[in-house]
Design a protein around this ligand. Structure first.
Ligand SMILES: [Zn+2]
Length: 259
């Protein structure tokens, strides 16, 4: 009799356990705030995952884009003030991001935008004439009023890059914890020698896909060795690039270097 009761209790516990697993499953299914680069929480669904993500589905100036025919714009309006920095690095579950202390900035038409962080997408997000490079670096800047300006650097494979040699020794495999890089880097090492760029209006390429971002994508790619690119892409097997979005009414301008 007692044994029977014990079995009954064990049975109830098992049912409870299964039920709570089911609840967890439901919670997972609602995907509140959770987004990814694949399947039910992938880019085509972002706009539906949360009210705050509506721009991802409805926005008219979304990034990335395919940069095709560009109109000739004025010579470069960007002045770079990049120097050495001892940053922190984090795997936030979506990208590897390098967070910087104040000091690096760009000026666009005499307006100062401070460099907050840079991060990496594999493959590249913005494409050139339909072709995606293996990687893209986004240097994210903010002005005093909170407006964002991103400098996008496309990456092609070739010789190894010095800055990446430092980063790859400290790549965080686990997500969520920001750690000091423990070494100094020179942000100029992320810049190709020619700084001709394309400018266009766009958005964040990750939820909430907020618009009003000034995009500046350098025409000349930076070289990294294939092994260096591989180290980043291996951390995100589904890739971490949003597909290109319709250009719509937007115009892309090409700005030659102002020498
Ligand atoms: Zn990005």
């Amino acid at each position: 009799m007692r044994q029977h009761r014990a079995r009954k209790i064990a049975g109830s516990i098992l049912i409870l356990a299964i039920a709570s697993l089911g609840l967890l499953g439901c919670k997972e299914k609602s995907h509140k705030g959770h987004w990814s680069y694949k399947g039910e929480t992938g880019p085509s669904e972002w706009g539906k995952l949360e009210d705050g993500f509506a721009s991802c589905g409805l926005g008219k100036n979304q990034s990335p884009i395919d940069i095709g025919a560009a109109q000739k714009g004025e010579k470069s309006q960007i002045v770079f003030h990049y120097s050495k920095s001892s940053p922190k690095i984090i795997n936030n579950g979506h990208v590897i991001q390098v967070n910087l202390d104040p000091g690096n900035y760009i000026e666009i038409e005499k307006r100062r935008y401070d460099l907050l962080q840079f991060h990496f997408h594999t493959p590249a997000e913005n494409t050139l004439n339909g072709k995606a490079m293996p990687m893209e670096i986004h240097l994210v800047h903010k002005d005093q009023s909170g407006s964002l300006a991103v400098v996008g650097v496309l990456v092609k494979t070739g010789s190894a890059n010095e800055l990446f040699k430092t980063l790859e020794k400290n790549l965080p495999v686990e997500s969520g914890k920001e750690t000091p890089l423990g070494a100094e880097i020179d942000i100029n090492d992320l810049m190709p020698s020619d700084r001709t760029y394309y400018s266009f209006a766009g958005s964040l390429t990750t939820p909430p896909c907020s618009e009003g971002v000034k995009w500046n994508v350098l025409k000349t790619p930076l070289e990294l060795s294939s092994g260096q690119v591989e180290k980043f892409s291996a951390l995100f097997p589904d890739g971490n690039a949003r597909p290109v979005q319709p250009l719509g009414e937007r115009i892309v301008l090409e700005h030659a270097e102002n020498k």
